[in-house]
Design a protein around this ligand. Structure first.
Ligand SMILES: *Cc1c(COP(=O)(O)O)cnc(C)c1O
Length: 389
């Protein structure tokens, strides 16, 4: 269809060229906390910024468009997005099925809420269709999917997983933080809801903590909007404005993230200091075929295990010039994290082991710096690791 702007183009351009007052290209920010009623008894669209804010709504519209949803809510963090979904969609005493290797903060949230009786939670390896079928045999309210998973990049087949949940009458929620909507759109595979930590790829500049929920029905949108307001989980206007600014370059950033990752992989795969590389783009990765089908690219998150264990990890990290030792991911800066002691430290050692997180594991978030600089930094680190092995 000529003349139509693509879904991607519409999403990335949300709110541009719409300023009625000064024709500003980019939309103005509305940081105000409150909005005037024209008359007594009036029902203005915006009243108070916890319950609704124009800048936040614009960010929601952009992410909803990119994901192909119906409505959305912008929250103060990825975890507040999950909190809103758990509260709105899971009745008190209900049951959630979650990935056995989900994001550490999600694992802690689920555990703390289940320990105080809000719901029960079962952790399942969703790459194992039989284990998932067993879990779905008992009544459940929500299936949380994270693909690729953090930090081991396991890939869950969205189509068959969502179909199994639907047959069992269970709602599906995909945490699409790792891919962002430019690499994967779970709603196209039937997912009812998507959450994001906009802290990561969507904002992309490591200067906002935020979250988003995308729903596929008006009813769910209303329920989620209601609970986000009731619980006070909605995000601030400045954060939404910054995240919208970051989102405009999402597609361009992701292309460089992915190209840089492709430049680094051969060094990781061939270096003797490296025991194993976890990356869905590798042909021998167990989820390679599924990722090739449901993702438009394999992403810029890579994890690997060093042959020399923790000593090698220490040697690798000490002396890095570009890769910063830090949590988080998806920003323009390249990062390395040690999941066992950092991102996944909230998990018990037993849970870490069950999830396959060893002390020798490192996770890279490949940034958009010059690829040659990244390769040199990585290779030098691997040489240091090899020297202590
Ligand atoms: C970071 C992250 C979260 C939590 O988001 P916050 O913005 O830190 O609250 C949830 N899921 C995944 C996959 C993440 O990477």
């Amino acid at each position: 269809m000529t003349g139509e702007i693509s879904q991607l183009g519409r999403g990335l351009r949300t709110g541009l060229d719409a300023d009625p007052r000064y024709s500003s290209i980019v939309p103005p920010i509305y940081p105000g906390t409150n909005f005037a009623f024209a008359e007594l008894g009036d029902q203005p669209r915006y009243e108070y910024s916890r319950s609704g804010n124009p800048t936040r709504d614009l960010l929601a519209e952009a992410i909803v468009t990119l994901e192909g949803g119906v409505g959305g809510v912008i929250t103060s963090s990825g975890l507040s997005a999950l909190t809103a979904v758990f509260t709105a969609m899971v009745p008190y005493g209900g049951r959630i099925i979650a990935p056995h290797d989900c994001y550490g903060g999600t694992w802690r949230l689920l555990n703390h809420l289940s320990e105080r009786g809000s719901f029960t939670v079962d952790y399942v390896d969703q790459t194992d269709a039989d284990a998932l079928a067993v879990a779905l045999r008992s009544p459940a309210d929500l299936l949380l999917i994270e693909t690729p998973s953090n930090p081991l990049l396991r890939v869950v087949d969205l189509e068959s997983t969502v179909a199994a949940a639907r047959d069992a009458g269970v709602l599906t929620l995909a945490d699409n933080t790792f891919c962002s909507p430019v690499r994967q759109r779970p709603i196209e595979y039937g997912c009812e809801m998507v959450v994001h930590s906009t802290t990561k790829f969507i904002n992309g500049h490591s200067d906002v903590v935020g979250g988003a929920i995308v729903a596929t029905t008006m009813e769910a949108t209303e329920q989620l909007t209601h609970w986000a307001n009731v619980l006070g989980l909605t995000g601030g206007a400045f954060d939404a404005w910054l995240a919208l600014r970051g989102l405009r370059t999402l597609d361009a950033r992701v292309r460089v993230h992915d190209a840089n990752t492709a430049e680094l992989l051969p060094a990781l795969v061939t270096h003797p200091a490296v025991d194993r590389v976890h990356y869905p783009g590798l042909p021998d990765h167990p989820g390679h075929q599924i990722a090739a089908r449901q993702q438009s690219s394999f992403g810029s998150m890579v994890s690997f295990e060093l042959a020399g264990g923790e000593d090698a990890v220490r040697a690798f990290c000490h002396g890095l010039r570009i890769f910063d030792l830090a949590e988080s991911l998806g920003g323009v800066e390249s990062l390395v994290a040690h999941p066992a002691s950092m991102t996944h430290a909230a998990m018990t050692p037993e849970a870490q082991l069950a999830a396959g997180i060893t002390p020798a594991l490192l996770r890279l978030s490949v940034g958009i710096e010059p690829a040659g600089d990244l390769l040199a930094d990585l290779t030098d680190g691997l040489e240091r690791a090899a020297a202590v092995t």
